[in-house]
Design a protein around this ligand. Structure first.
Ligand code: SF4
Length: 462
């Protein structure tokens, strides 16, 4: 199926409120569009076109008169690939600013080889990447009639921090988890796309970027670490490369859901100074090899302890946060004791603990393992939290008398509340700040710590 899209009705015909003279004064960028391939590709084209119109772009009948051309390709058969390459070739010679998307975009090398100067290549269903490439090639002018969404998108977090999702889905198969069933395997966003979103957030006033995905350190594996364009350079879709570039944007960068793979060591090196915070959130889940095996997770917790020690040698101020599950089917008192002992050795900074729940559809329910009674789960949860409280209280007491940079979450004229670099919003502890000058949310203040309990710190802004 091949379709070159005709222009839609002019903007002033679509809405009674629009003023034709405004449209004439500021002509909207024009996009030419070629849609090739099957109905799924056509639906992708419709979605892109809908968004283009919603953002105020016009459609162009000809490549020559357009600000950019989008070619939605098909790569199903060799003949379809040849037709796609032909369509890209025509767009390159008639226009030159060409964004390639669709099935052929999943194998970008063939396209780059034939047309090294295409502006951007994205795979199928990469709707956000296509729109990001369009914004780069032909930015949509701000128009209050069509542009009701702030540049950085609609955010549900306070203005000074924002979550930045770098991938969707997961290639692991932990037996208690149904996320891969719900969301499929790992699909990473191209690094250029992530960085453009991060840049917009920072420009809009975000001071702290919270990097999330299901398995952040696996970022880019599905893309074979392919580079994508960011500013004047290519950036590999690699955890280290992406983190380094994010750290150069000027906001704090906090990494969540990092698994202790060997390549994470190089990322921890970035945490010694600069904006990549000395903080990793690593969901360890358990420490008993038997339980970890039943959970289908790496089972050598001694190696994990060695890795933690290595990270602390690289970055002495590193804060490690983790989550654990107690009462997993088949967990014995011996397994649980092993977990408590491991906790003593690991001396983690922040810890969350959940009692196992048999999620419908999770494989763990069918392993034939003895469920742990609810009262045993509750008792283990309590013992676990008490053990960690003692560790945490000792660690926080060690901060008394020291000075830390603190980002303010709740401002005030005399009292404010914030977090150190070692604390994420919502899940970790707070710093209660006494201050002589008013502090606003998003300010970063230096605070001298006066006292501590097992969770929070109290100090004075200096
Ligand atoms: S628990 Fe996390 S790593 Fe394991 S399958 Fe679920 S999402 Fe993936």
């Amino acid at each position: 199926m091949r379709a070159r899209l005709a222009p839609a009705a002019p903007a002033w015909q679509a809405g009674a409120m629009a003023n034709p003279s405004d449209a004439e004064a500021r002509p909207a960028p024009r996009i030419s569009f070629v849609s090739l391939g099957c109905p799924k590709a056509l639906v992708d084209s419709e979605r892109i076109l809908t968004q283009l119109r919603a953002e105020g772009y016009e459609l162009s009948r000809s490549h020559a008169g357009a600000d950019a051309v989008i070619v939605n390709t098909c790569g199903f058969l060799d003949s379809a690939k040849a037709e796609s390459l032909q369509a890209i070739g025509a767009a390159m010679s008639e226009n030159g600013r060409v964004i390639v998307t669709g099935c052929m975009g999943a194998a970008p090398d063939a396209i780059r080889e034939a047309f090294p100067k295409v502006s951007a290549i994205t795979g199928p269903q990469a709707f956000e990447s296509v729109m990001a490439a369009v914004h780069d090639a032909a930015p949509a002018p701000h128009d209050p009639f069509v542009d009701l969404i702030p540049e950085q998108g609609v955010k549900l977090t306070p203005r000074h921090y924002a979550y930045l999702k770098i991938a969707e889905g997961c290639h692991n198969r932990c037996s208690f988890c149904i996320i891969p069933k719900l969301r499929g395997d790992l699909v990473s966003r191209p690094s250029g796309e992530v960085l453009r979103e991060a840049e917009k957030l920072v420009r809009a006033g975000v001071k702290e970027l919270l990097v999330i995905s299901q398995d952040t350190s696996a970022y880019g594996r599905d893309l074979k670490y392919a580079a994508s364009r960011w500013r004047d350079r290519d950036v590999a879709a690699r955890f280290l490369d992406l983190t380094r570039e994010l750290g150069a944007l000027g906001a704090w960068v906090r990494l969540h859901y990092v698994y202790p793979y060997p390549h994470v060591d190089a990322v921890v090196e970035l945490m010694n100074g600069g904006n990549v915070l000395p903080y990793v959130d690593v969901p360890f889940q358990h420490a008993s090899p038997r339980v970890l095996k039943a959970m289908r997770r790496p089972g050598d917790q001694q190696k994990t302890l060695d890795r933690i020690r290595a990270w602390r040698a690289i970055c002495p101020d590193l804060a490690i946060r983790s989550t654990f599950i107690v009462g997993f089917p088949g967990e014995t008192e011996e397994d649980f004791q092993l977990l408590l002992d491991w906790l003593d050795d690991a001396r983690l900074d922040r810890v969350g603990c959940f009692q196992y729940e048999p999620v419908k559809g999770a494989e763990a329910n069918d392993l034939g393992l003895e469920p742990v009674p609810d009262e045993v789960k509750a008792a283990r949860h309590k013992r676990f939290m008490l053990r960690q409280q003692a560790i945490s209280a000792k660690k926080l007491a060690g901060k008394i008398g020291r000075r830390f940079e603190v980002i303010v979450d709740e401002g005030g004229a005399h009292l404010a509340k914030g977090r150190t670099k070692g604390d994420a919003p919502q899940i970790d502890g707070s710093v209660h700040i006494a201050t002589r000058r008013p502090l606003r949310a998003g300010d970063i203040a230096t605070v001298k710590i006066d006292r501590a309990d097992a969770y929070d710190l109290w100090g004075t802004a200096v």
